[in-house]
Write a protein that binds this ligand. Structure first.
Ligand SMILES: [Zn+2]
Length: 485
């Protein structure tokens, strides 16, 4: 996510070189066959207020344990009026949620009353027979997605912009012999998922513009309706933005098509140029983007932006779209391709992406611009920390903590973006820029399509003959104050 305050607070091509990366063709067939497979059909109503959803998930047990239950996250239920944990901040004119009509386990009809109209985002499905390791089960769900009226990840804003982010039931992560059951929170990005394959078809009014995740697409029109089918392999998630207002500009970086969707934005061409520049720069310093498409979509959005595989939201009212574009493009690598636990270690991707946004300016506009931007980030943090410490001397500055332990989104942004960004800046200066880029390439190459953690970062530095453990640990320790020069 792009912090909402950043646009008003900050001051202000490289030739693509093919380096280490994780292209799909490098993957072994075994790896691809082991991911979960989602096949989702959507029917979007013409007024964009309702979506019929038919979802089949082929769940593969890649653990060593036998599974008696499956746990899905149904984030749409955080938009219900009486949701246990609400996604919205103020009362809505229309609330959302996913009303499930049926759930099947293979051919067995499974539906519990608790699964219908749930106020909770956790959906637990008790399997009829335990699922042994290396076996599959097919879960089929059918229901109606009610679209809330709001400008959040899921919602219809101004009656015109339909955001479909985190909208479908998604399998939770199974780790340490347990299913993760993370409650929803309005702070940060409370999402955590494994890579999966997707085939998603959308039936809608033929005049609707649809920006969609996935990197292969087919489209047909019949009787005033169109059907779009999009396929994506090894995606962290799947998102859609639909509107009758959207136009599209297209560019190309290597074999990746970049689409910039907008509603008659005067700066759209410059935004596309920024997106191309960002993709080229990150291809060069991190490793090649492995997908064939990247969609950037201007929409009504409460925050500056939001990242999904192949698709990012850009707040169409943002005062500094370029920063949002660069930030969200960097997230394609760190959040989407290299996943991490956004609930408990949000700083791993937000801190790195915050720093990489400034690093992009170092590479494209030079050191003076970079230094100014870094100083600005530090001084904003410094002011914030001084105020907090004055009010409460035991103010928690630790960066390694869960989303639930932050006071609000501003507190989260200051610590997870700005403070963690300083850690990555410190590390890059400690090892030097050239070595830092080598570390980024290693970190990406070793963790692409997987879930990384702090240990993965240590290993990437160690592979480049640098040990940053002591420096990092002292920085992320609970009580250490951040001194800004
Ligand atoms: Zn972000």
């Amino acid at each position: 996510m792009r912090k909402y305050i950043f646009a008003v607070l900050v001051i202000a091509f490289l030739v693509t070189i093919s380096l280490a990366g994780c292209k799909p063709e490098n993957l072994t067939p075994e790896f691809i066959s082991q991911v979960d497979k989602y096949k989702i059909s959507l029917e979007i109503s013409s007024d964009l207020k309702k979506v019929n959803i038919f979802e089949n998930v082929e769940v593969f047990n890649d653990s060593q344990d036998q599974w008696d239950v499956l746990v899905f996250n149904v984030y749409a239920n955080a938009y219900r009026e009486h949701a246990t944990e609400k996604a919205y901040f103020t009362a809505l004119a229309r609330y959302g949620g996913l009303d499930l009509d049926s759930i099947k386990i293979d051919d067995y009809d499974y539906l519990t009353t608790s699964a219908v109209d749930s106020l909770d985002t956790i959906l637990e499905i008790k399997l009829k027979e335990p699922l042994a390791p290396n076996n599959k089960v097919l879960i089929s769900m059918q229901g109606t997605l009610l679209i809330p009226s709001c400008n959040l990840r899921l919602g219809l804003s101004s009656g015109e912009y339909l955001n479909l982010g985190n909208f479908y039931p998604v399998l939770s992560v199974y780790e340490n012999s347990n299913w993760r059951r993370d409650r929803y929170t309005r702070i940060g990005d409370p999402f955590y998922a494994d890579i999966a394959d997707y085939e998603v078809s959308v039936k809608c009014n033929e005049d609707l513009s649809v920006a969609i995740s996935g990197d292969r697409k087919t489209e047909s029109i019949d009787g005033g309706e169109k059907i779009i089918t999009s396929y994506g392999q090894n995606l962290r998630d799947f998102a859609i933005v639909a509107s009758y207002q959207l136009d599209k500009l297209t560019g190309l970086v290597g074999t990746t098509e970049i689409n910039y969707y907008h509603s008659s934005a005067k700066d759209a061409e410059n935004c596309l140029i920024s997106a191309i520049s960002a993709l080229e720069t990150f291809n060069s310093i991190i490793g090649n983007y492995p997908y064939k498409v990247l969609n950037l979509v201007e929409t009504d959005f409460y925050y500056g932006g939001m990242e999904y595989s192949n698709l990012v939201y850009i707040n169409r009212h943002s005062k500094n779209k370029k920063d949002v574009i660069v930030h969200e493009t960097a997230h394609q690598w760190f959040a989407c391709l290299v996943g991490s636990d956004s609930i408990n270690s949000g700083w791993l991707d937000e801190g790195l992406v915050t720093y990489l946004t400034d690093y992009y300016y170092l590479k494209t506009e030079g050191e003076d611009v970079y230094i100014k931007r870094r100083q600005s980030e530090k001084s904003i943090l410094d002011t914030y920390l001084k105020m907090q410490i004055e009010a409460d001397s035991s103010f928690d500055q630790s960066i390694e903590r869960s989303l639930y332990k932050f006071k609000n989104n501003h507190d989260y942004c200051m610590i997870m973006y700005n403070k963690a960004g300083i850690l990555f800046e410190t590390l890059s200066h400690y090892v030097g820029y050239k070595k830092f880029e080598s570390v980024l390439k290693t970190y990406y190459d070793k963790n692409c399509f997987k879930i990384a953690n702090l240990e993965s970062i240590y290993k990437a530095f160690q592979s480049n003959h640098k040990n940053i453990k002591a420096l990092t640990e002292s920085y992320i320790a609970d009580t250490m104050l951040t001194f800004v020069g």
